[in-house]
Design a protein around this ligand. Structure first.
Ligand code: AMP
Length: 140
């Protein structure tokens, strides 16, 4: 399986389609998942192209994981969460739907199960507000 440079996250990384951006640096972009499985669900996306974890350069993984940790800590604060789930899916059989490596950061709340993966589109205003909350917590 090869990398398709026209996948939706590649388009977001190139600025061809919009996103609710939380953070950007030389190596990665963080934005809100439009179909959140929990309130505040964000995606950490390395800029270097790979389909998923299976074909990623280990150096890219090493670089992005501290950011995944930072976003997880900030998400717990920003959304007053009880916990945080990190998810990463590989290939269709592994549950992957967008074929550019990314990590899901999902704030978790006691007694609240995750919603279905990639099902219900959230209101843009909610996504924008959550991006601001997460951005503020990351800046602390
Ligand atoms: P995965 O199944 O791990 O590949 O996850 C892809 C995720 O991307 C899903 O949770 C979708 O809700 C999310 N998603 C799809 N399109 C967009 C988009 N344009 N902006 C933000 N998130 C998206």
């Amino acid at each position: 399986m090869s990398y398709d440079p026209n996948n939706i996250f590649a388009k977001i990384l190139r600025g061809e389609i919009p996103c609710h951006k939380v953070h950007e640096d030389a190596d990665a972009l963080v934005f809100m998942d439009v179909m959140p499985q929990s309130p505040g669900h964000a995606l950490v996306v390395p800029k270097v192209a790979s389909r998923n974890l299976l074909d990623a350069d280990p150096a890219v993984i090493a670089k992005v994981m501290p950011l995944v940790q930072k976003v997880a800590v900030a998400a717990k604060t920003a959304f007053n969460a009880d916990g945080v789930s990190i998810a990463q899916f590989n290939e269709e059989a592994g549950g992957q739907t967008v074929f550019h490596l990314h990590f899901h950061v999902m704030p978790r709340f006691e007694g609240q199960p995750l919603k279905m993966h990639g099902r219900n589109m959230e209101d843009a205003a909610v996504l924008a507000a959550n991006a601001e909350k997460l951005k503020a917590a990351l800046a602390q």
